[in-house]
Design a protein around this ligand. Sequence first.
Ligand SMILES: [Zn+2]
Length: 136
Amino acid sequence: MKKFLEDFKKFALRGNVLDMAVGVIIGGAFTGIVTALTANFINPLLSMIMTGTPGVDANGVAWTAGAAVSAFLTTVINFIITAFVLFCLIRGMNKLMSIGKKPAAPAAPTTKKCPYCCSEIPIEATRCGHCTSELK
Ligand SMILES: [Zn+2]
């Protein structure tokens, strides 16, 4: 049961939590754009086709092109600002994360070159496995 819970924890935390949060926020902001497009342009267009008048906008006021465009632009600008702020935030976070990390040290060599036949042999070898020369 303990192993099962550990596996579940690994599974749940596998993805980057930050990436997921960004996805949710961007998704929410994008939903706003789609909603604004529907409420300001598609619904009035359908109403126009069905009844001959564009009907009322999202605020219950008679639809006008200027109000619809401005409401839609507000949502788009809102989305752009949200995305830009998130971008700056993530950039800052990535910089912070990279400050603590040191570049990985190169791995210690485990092989050496035989001076007689130039083959790769284990570093602790006292006799070459390829040319059988004795090494000091
Ligand atoms: Zn050799």
